[in-house]
Design a protein around this ligand. Sequence first.
Ligand code: NAD
Ligand code: UGA
Length: 475
Amino acid sequence: MKEDNENSSSMVPSTLEICCIGAGFVGGPHMAMLAYKCPDITVSVVDVDSKRVAAWNSDKPPIFEPGLDEILGLVRGRNLFFSTDIKGGIYRADIIFMCLPTPTKSNGLGAGFAPDLKYIENSARQIADVSDSGKIVVEKSTVPVRTAESIRRILNANERNARFQVLSNPEFLAEGTAIADLENPDRVLIGGDESLEGTQAIGKLVEIYAKWVPRERIITTNLWSSELSKLTANAFLAQRLSSINSISMLCEETGANVDEVAEAVGADSRIGSKFLKSSVGFGGSCFKKDILNLIYLCESSGLSEVAEYWRQVVVMNSLQRRRFSSRIVKELSNSVSGKRIAILGFSFKKDTNDIRESAAIYVCRDLLKEEASLSIYDPRALSEEIKNALSIIRSEAGLRDKIETVSDPYQACSGAHAVAVMTEWDEFKELDFKRIFDSMKKPAFLFDGRNILDLKDIEEIGFHAFGIGRSSEKA
Ligand code: NAD
Ligand code: UGA
């Protein structure tokens, strides 16, 4: 009954087989690292999206991550296989990783806060249907506390009476540094059932990670601590960003400089210097959704004050984005109608092509509502995805005609009234801003949403320049 399809027919026999369901930003890089570090394990990554699978099997993977292509070159076709054969992958596997989306629910109970667990549930049902023996099922997606219980209930209701162990092994990689994070993680967290079988399952997963992660960095806990730790880690990280961004607003009103404040505050070893870079606002597919998830959990647990506390992290982030777009409008004589604004960077951070929840989306939507024309350049984000992200307001008077995506930063800025730096791509620091200034309408404005440019140099060229968390132009 072991099925092979065209993508997996070359699989070599192995003592241990792993199947990862979901070939996305987590599943792809994580399994590439696992296959690289464990050549004796056969890893198949399966996905319903045949285009994505085809891209993984081509020389243009669907995800840009520094270092990923090199690892893929070593392991793909050796012990790493991408396929749409989900049933076959599940059937053969000893261990199954669920790397499935958990987006915020848009309808029904908990809409706007609770995660939609339908992808997890559907996969659990499929595992239960297809498996003819018990397996270890690893929850890698970020989920609410006690999701493992729901998964276990579905799995153990299978008709063959197979017994499954469910582990929680949340992922902590950040996009843009995924390969380095996976190769040298601060910690690997594994939560499991406290029974003998649960402990044995934890032990098996620990053995795999121990092939490259020092044991002291592998933390084992009960299931619920592990699930909650992931939500808490993201909430703490996002909270730091909202904290420094809230202070950036005060800096703008008082003459303080937020980068100087962050440096002084971060020098305290109890606080630390990481994750204190003020910006136009955090983006990415997870921070907002995971905090909303936490808020929902708090509310469902009757902890409305706790929920309110975390809600402010999200409120502050929206405010920071809105302040940035309002500032552009205000400085351009209170109107950007008919004006051309160059947008440099659209991904939610540098070194990724991911635009999910990017601050650029919100700022661009605000500017389009004010009837600006946008000329957008990003080194990696796809033009189609950028346009789709902005199409929400297309119906409002055909605004789509006002968006242009270009493949050259100088072209984006030529003829523009203002430039807005939305992503901290290194190449933006190297641009010839004199050339950009000469090609723009005057007066020329520059808004640095990432504080990556030396505004004094920019002003010397002739720009009216503004950053985040500085009191005013020339401050
Ligand atoms: P993603 O959307 O990039 O990938 C998910 C993949 O699952 C998609 O390719 C989709 O086609 C596939 N899929 C959906 N339903 C399926 C099914 N029934 N069978 C097979 N494949 C199916 O998502 P992601 O960014 O990889 O995130 C996955 C999870 O990991 C989320 O819970 C997220 O919160 C968490 N996470 C993400 C990151 C990150 O950096 N993106 C980091 C840590 C944790
Ligand atoms: C984040 C966490 O850092 C990961 O540990 C976690 O696994 C992941 O979410 C997840 O669960 O998806 P990621 O969103 O990929 O990773 O990237 P981050 O480096 O955390 O950046 C998030 C956002 O914050 C970006 O928009 C970034 O530009 C912004 N940021 C980050 C700042 O504005 N200032 C900083 O100092 C750091």
